[in-house]
Design a protein around this ligand. Sequence first.
Ligand SMILES: [Zn+2]
Length: 230
Amino acid sequence: MQNIDILVFGAHADDAEIGMGGTIAKHASAGRSIVICDLTEAEMSSNGTVELRRQEADAASAVLGLYARENLGLPDRGLELSRGHIERVVQAIRRWRPRLVFAPYWVDRHPDHVQASKLIEEAVFNAKLRNYLPSLPAVQVEQLIYYFINDMEHASLAVDVSEHYETKRQALRAYRSQFELSASANAVETPLTSGYLERVEARDSLLAQGRGWAYAEGFAIKRPYGISFF
Ligand SMILES: [Zn+2]
């Protein structure tokens, strides 16, 4: 049984990197144990194959300094709030026993990101119920935090990732099949191949404005985060 610091869920490999690659790199380089759990193999993506996506995810994981990465193999475009899918996510939480869980923000133009967000919220709740799947000990996650993929609304937390931004860029560049039209012969244009990474960078730069930072990543929470001011 592990006791990791951070468990980040994404619907597809590259979601976590887009939203919080800098935050992951920052905490991994400080010695924190971070695991990314991708819910699907993104088999419905217009570009790239499942095998290629696995290789790209491995390369990005190495760049970020992850403790581990796993894929639950749930159906792409078929995520649902079913008992079976919730169980799979709860099992992942109970295997890793993280302090913090990160999930995609609850509003996003991609329906799978929205479904993933709900699924993880349900699973974090069930993970603490000791009579639910009693074969694995219950886990009380300290905080569920949401990161932004395509759409950004009000960020209630901002992390300075200026010193780790180049690592984020490198991790994102590992997903060549998604972001580079020239990466394969039969690639088609998608929102990701037309200046997407530049927009991610612009978003992260804008959030840093006024703080004296170069880049920041934004996060949102539903339940108040306990802090002490001094
Ligand atoms: Zn995605």
